[in-house]
Design a protein around this ligand. Sequence first.
Ligand SMILES: [Mg+2]
Length: 243
Amino acid sequence: MRSLHTRLPAHRARRAYAQDAPVWLFDLDNTLHDSSRSIFKVIDSKMTHAVAQCLGVEVDRANELRATYWKRYGATVIGLVKHHGVDADEFLRLSHDFDARPLVHSERGLARKFAQLPGRKVLLTNAPHDYARQVLHALNILPWFDMIWSIDHMQLQGRIRPKPSRALMRQVLARLGTPASQVILVEDTLKNLKSARQTGLRTVHVFHPGTPFSALHSGRDSYVNLRVNTLTQLLTGRRTLRR
Ligand SMILES: [Mg+2]
């Protein structure tokens, strides 16, 4: 089986943190920026063509397989590796092979607000590393992150384990060396927040109307500690997250 790197992401402390400082795990798409506005359309098309190219099938068949694997595994790449022996790195490269920077949209003043949020910041995204870096750079917040944990690093015992894998969450906690109660996942996807809460983390739901199934959940679920629409709301509401 061809698979992703087994290495863990580099961890570089950007600043000195107090022992009890919170650790913010930030999702990327539809959390830190509005990927529904233009980026998803590009990725959607690129991904179909990447499936078609990797498997040598027509576009219609590629779309069918994408839907099947996304539903079954939560990520197309897992099905491609498992059932077709596709090189995961190559697929992720093909599906994100574009310049994301001019397509990045976010709330106003994001970098300034980000600077006001105390604690360690880690990116936890099911997207590939190079794409994630590009977007953080365009948002002007890359220097704030101590670690970028992307799908390139989500392999456990020879299997790709993206969010919402609880095994992944436990691996992240072990790597951070921080008690779960001190770690907060900030995310638009509810099933990821649910598994984080089940692992003992605290959770912030960033509501985004473009997120699949988000419209079904207009209220606050029991596994969501705080629900926000913007980073401004996170800055004002974060005190309610105290242990
Ligand atoms: Mg997201």
